[in-house]
Design a protein around this ligand. Sequence first.
Ligand SMILES: Nc1nc2c(ncn2[C@@H]2O[C@H](COP(=O)(O)OP(=O)(O)O)[C@@H](O)[C@H]2O)c(=O)[nH]1
Ligand SMILES: [Mg+2]
Length: 401
Amino acid sequence: MDKYTAESMAREISSEVDKIKVNMSQLNMMVIGKTGAGKSTLINGMFGEDLAPTGTGFPVTMEVGSYSKNNYPFIIMDWPGFELDGDNSIEVQFDEIKKVITLGNKTKKPQNMIHCVLYCVSATGHRFEDAEIDFIKKLLAETGKNKIPVILVITQAFMKKDTLALKESIEELELPFADVVPVLVHDMDLGDYVKKAYGMDRLAAAIGQLINDDLKNTLECVQQVNMKMMTRRANMYINGNAAKAGALGLKPLFRKKDIYPIVIKTLASISTVYDIDVRPEFIEAVPQLIEESGDVEIKQNKILNVVRFLEPTVYLANSAIVGAQAGAVITSLGGVYLKYMNLISLKEMTADELEPERLVEEFNERFIATLKRDKKKRDEDNHDNLKRDDKKHNKRGEKHE
Ligand SMILES: Nc1nc2c(ncn2[C@@H]2O[C@H](COP(=O)(O)OP(=O)(O)O)[C@@H](O)[C@H]2O)c(=O)[nH]1
Ligand SMILES: [Mg+2]
């Protein structure tokens, strides 16, 4: 395609988003615990209120809440809270959980397996009852056999004393939880003061540490409590795509329109991390800023074919500059987009407040700053190379920052 309109670009980005989701690894999680432990609150707090009920895809006969999110390959099972006294529903539930875990593992297909379990216990309950301890021991034996990490989540942990008491009793019982994380999903009004919500970002990070990198990628996109995780993942995508653009820019026949597919991939990746649809306001600004940033590249390209025959080193130097510019387009564009995705995610602004003019302005600032930084780096590298050639005079001549 020669020229993109805002509409055609938005369409391509959204189909790229679908592709990225399809290629992600399926992540399956379970949340278990007594009624009132705060399971549903935890799930909504971590993954969003917009979760949709879905089939489990697992062989369960009892009513289990099973949720998915906006076409991400992700299922979270909200097991019905069991009551400890009286009937044997706790037994039935254990059998069902065991069935899901073992049958999934038997298929040897990662997409059928459970990858992490969150066991919730409310800090307000102070201690475990014996029946619950028995249940937990059986559960941990089963998950242990199947190599599934179980995190103990101490929910509604607004009183330090209760939380510590629970933690101690767990240590005494030597229950092999993979981690213990206290959380308060929502602020709690305690009359005299309001205890602020905390712990959810830690919980997301704890899950991330216990699953493999492919699953972690999915987790980072579906969770919405750990901004650092999202920013890091988005930056990884930006840097990877900037490197691709840089390599493309080194090719003699590089034209600025060649960069659009990489722009589309970059914006789609970031949108996937934040689960925020691509904003038309942003897309409208993109062609303008690429056109503007492209001027220098075209000039460079015109001289390239002449100089490459005359002086190979000059050609290399110029092609390095075009490559750096192509990379800088991606770095700058991705950086601006990422910044606004963060602000929207933190609810510090709404998507409607995005102004195309402001975006272009910020892009240009970043583009120039990136080019300057790259040039400085190239100059330093050249300087280092010269120094290295001059070893006799300078034995320390390694790299400097
Ligand atoms: N303020 C506050 N309330 C919570 C928190 N976690 C749970 N609750 C409340 O505790 C009650 C039980 O929570 P729920 O998620 O329905 O428990 P479930 O039966 O395990 O799904 C609800 O009234 C929640 O609003 C929390 O972190 N903060
Ligand atoms: Mg519930």
